[in-house]
Design a protein around this ligand. Structure first.
Ligand code: FAD
Length: 466
């Protein structure tokens, strides 16, 4: 019996998995494989929180495959070499995978496709992690969009995404399984110290966990999404982002589940946020160095400051600004941060502290369970003002006013900054004004008004030199 290899990557699911269905339909024996590729140049290794997630997601996927009479073979190394070796070991006649869109993976995949074809092995890739391919959504002149609203309008004018594919019921096993490595041997989760307690408490990695999240959100939260999505003290968003980042659920499944409940303004708003993810992937596809370089080159001359102690205070949630510190501590404990607060902490780093957005991007990459090259780089460049369709640099979030507006009763801050939980509402976002300021909470590392003036003055030098 011929063998097809299915190479799992950021698509750790059985349902709506076109590469897997293609292998099934080929009628061949199927060898599912995951390669931990930390060696290929240009492919960014996962951060620590993502490694924790990956461990659990692979464990779950392996168990699901066993229920279909199959297995998940784990190998480590440069993916081109590893897949090439597996093809030889299994005498595979085809290899299928779902597409990635960052430059490092695309270049590697193209090289692999060529090498396999040269050996007479069929290699085919599929659309699984986006609703629309980057080359399907273009401006009238055939170029790439740089602004979200017309981009999303163009997406919505295309035929809607097809219905998701069902999960296979059974997969034919090869006569002999190739050897795999034990997952535990990869030591993906932290050991000493084990900082993952908050991750374990808050998340259920894997396809079932993703489906439960989606069902819970659609049953209980989507109707209030437009109002509640900006309030970090309320569980008003889907929290699907890590599941999407690892492909435990695909956007077509989200689209269909949301639409099946009927089109409404709330559904439209939610799908538009999923649309921001599409936009970010589009930007990354057309700008391979989006996570390293300013999208707007005039920012190359921006006088960022030396990170020093201020960066450490920001990372540890000890800036003296409660909403910033709450966000950074939520991130450290749970591996996730509310979108509104991501914007506030990113503005604080890049404007109040004038620290290069790439420092923040890297910290998020290491600590987020939903770390995603496209969304993270787009989010950081958007806030810093150097991105596509970005917030203008001169729009500097005031962390006190943002806190008072979006966390009016201080619920979010009290949860994450317990040292100041006893303060009354009128001081919770400005503890230095309290009658008795808490002595175990740091004073402000910068004064926002002065920091804002400094940032705007730096921005002016940029405009003059342009
Ligand atoms: P929901 O509001 O329920 O939205 C549903 C889905 O839509 C999300 O899961 C996500 O896939 C997508 N989405 C929502 N908002 C955005 C957005 N602004 N940009 C792109 N996609 C969006 N998102 C990541 O997935 N990974 C990251 O590494 C990441 N880094 C960010 C860094 C900064 C500085 C900023 C400002 C935003 C970043 N985001 C990132 C975007 C956004 O904050 C998260 O996607 C969102 O908070 C995830 O929560 P949710 O799943 O409950 O979102």
């Amino acid at each position: 019996m011929s063998v097809s290899i299915v190479w799992f990557r950021s698509d750790l699911r059985l349902s709506d998995n076109p590469a897997l269905i293609k292998a099934l339909e080929s009628g061949h024996a199927v060898v599912p494989v995951f390669v931990l590729d930390e060696e290929t140049d240009g492919v960014r290794p996962l951060g620590a929180a993502s490694r924790w997630w990956l461990h659990h997601s692979l464990h779950t996927l392996g168990a699901s495959l066993r229920r279909l009479g199959s297995r998940l073979i784990l190998r480590r190394g440069p993916a081109e070499k590893v897949i090439g070796e597996l093809v030889a070991e299994c005498r595979a006649t085809s290899v299928f995978w779902n597409r990635a869109y960052d430059r490092g993976c695309r270049e590697r995949d193209t090289r692999l496709k060529k090498a396999l074809s040269a050996r007479g092995v069929a290699a085919e890739s599929f659309k699984a992690s986006l609703l629309f391919e980057p080359w399907e959504v273009t401006t009238q002149s055939g170029g790439a969009f740089k602004v979200f609203t017309p981009f999303w309008r163009a997406c919505r004018a295309l035929p809607p995404p097809p219905a998701p594919l069902p999960a296979p019921q059974r997969l034919a096993a090869p006569e002999a399984w190739p050897a795999g490595e034990p997952l535990a041997g990869w030591r993906l989760p932290p050991t000493s110290p084990d900082w993952a307690g908050g991750l374990r408490a808050g998340w259920t990695p894997g396809e079932d966990g993703a489906k439960q999240r989606l069902a819970h959100f659609l049953d209980d939260a989507i109707e209030d999404y437009r109002q509640a999505r900006d309030l970090p003290g309320v569980e008003g968003t889907s929290r699907l982002s890590p599941h999407l980042a690892f492909g435990e659920i695909g956007p077509r499944q989200i689209w269909q589940a949301a639409m099946t409940r009927g089109a409404s303004a709330a559904t439209e708003k939610f799908l538009a946020e999923v649309g921001w993810r599409e936009f970010a992937y589009n930007l990354l596809f057309h700008n391979g160095d989006l996570a390293e370089r300013n999208f707007r080159p005039e920012f190359d001359a921006f006088p960022w400051t030396d990170p020093g102690e201020a960066l450490a205070a920001w990372q540890r949630g000890r800036t003296g600004y409660p909403i910033v510190d709450a966000g950074m501590r939520e991130l450290w404990t749970t591996g996730w941060m509310h979108n509104r607060v991501r914007m506030i902490v990113a503005s604080f780093l890049t404007k109040d502290l004038m620290i290069d957005w790439r420092q923040g991007e890297r910290w998020f990459w290491d600590t987020l369970v939903d770390a995603d090259l496209a969304n993270n780089a787009t989010g950081w460049q958007w806030v810093a003002g150097c991105g596509a369709d970005a917030a203008p640099y001169f729009r500097v979030f005031n962390p006190v006013l943002q806190g008072e507006k979006f966390d009016p009763d201080g619920d979010y801050v009290r949860r994450w900054v317990p040292e100041i939980a006893h303060l009354p509402n009128d001081a919770i976002h400005r503890p230095w004004t309290a009658a008795m300021p808490p002595n175990d909470y740091p004073g402000r590392i910068v004064e926002h008004g002065a920091a804002r003036d400094r940032a705007l003055a730096a921005f002016q030098t940029l405009k003059k030199s342009a």
